[in-house]
Design a protein around this ligand. Structure first.
Ligand SMILES: O=C(O)c1ccccc1N[C@@H]1O[C@H](COP(=O)(O)O)[C@@H](O)[C@H]1O
Length: 213
């Protein structure tokens, strides 16, 4: 039975994190890079972390951030996974001794195959839309046919997903997982309960269609 994994990213409110967990998400993302509109304070992240039930992973997202800051987040929030969105090398990602996801920006002309092979130690690779000049989490999608069909590590599709297009994205790219921030929000960092619910429904419908095909 197909079960596309789901991560809701950019959580800043406890109620949103709890609602996402109740909907059955596999992971909740918190953004710690100060360059993001969704950057959450460590104190607030600790409260959210405590509210997330077992069997739901907490993912801490960074983008070329100072290692001292990254380490302070790790110690305070105790995330299950790290997610790196910048130009971090393997050494930058592995220095904390934690499991991590590495994002690959799928801008025009990006070579997905070589970008993916550059991070053999990542627990998963996240292929993301890339809007020139934007930081990330900007709702920019990419051509899903560019997503490799097979790879040694789990591949996660991100960028501009919403309840309206995630079914088509899953049918086209058959990702191991999907990740969404802006498509489930009313404003940056503020999640919309109806959009979160509709997104999960759309994923499960797409999974059923894959099994019936
Ligand atoms: O969400 C952010 O603010 C963010 C900042 C910097 C790097 C990545 C960020 N979010 C990640 O972007 C993708 C796609 O987001 P969207 O659905 O297109 O808004 C997702 O993986 C977020 O984790």
């Amino acid at each position: 039975m197909t079960r596309t994994r789901v991560k809701f990213c950019g959580m800043t409110r406890v109620a949103d994190a709890v609602a996402a967990a109740e909907l059955g998400v596999d992971a909740i993302g918190m953004v710690f890079t100060p360059r993001s509109r969704r950057c959450v304070a460590i104190a607030q992240a600790k409260v959210m972390r405590e509210a997330v039930p077992p069997f739901v992973d907490v993912v801490a997202l960074f983008m070329d951030d100072d290692p001292v800051y990254v380490q302070s987040v790790i110690e305070a929030v105790r995330p299950d996974l790290l997610q790196f969105h910048g130009s971090e090398t393997v050494a930058d990602c592995t220095r904390y001794g934690r499991r991590y996801l590495k994002a690959v920006a799928m801008g025009e002309g990006a070579d997905a195959a070589s970008a993916l092979s550059a991070h053999p130690r990542a627990s998963g690779l996240l292929l993301d839309g890339h809007a020139p000049g934007a930081v990330g989490g900007s709702g920019q999608r990419f051509d899903w046919s560019r997503m490799p069909r097979r790879h040694a590590q789990p591949l996660i599709l991100a960028g501009g997903l919403s309840s309206e297009n995630v079914g088509d994205a899953i049918a086209a790219a058959r990702p191991w997982g999907v990740d969404v921030a802006s498509g489930i929000e009313s404003s940056p960092g503020v999640k919309d309960a109806a959009k979160m619910h509709a997104f999960m429904q759309a994923v499960r419908t797409a999974d059923r269609k894959r099994d019936e095909a």
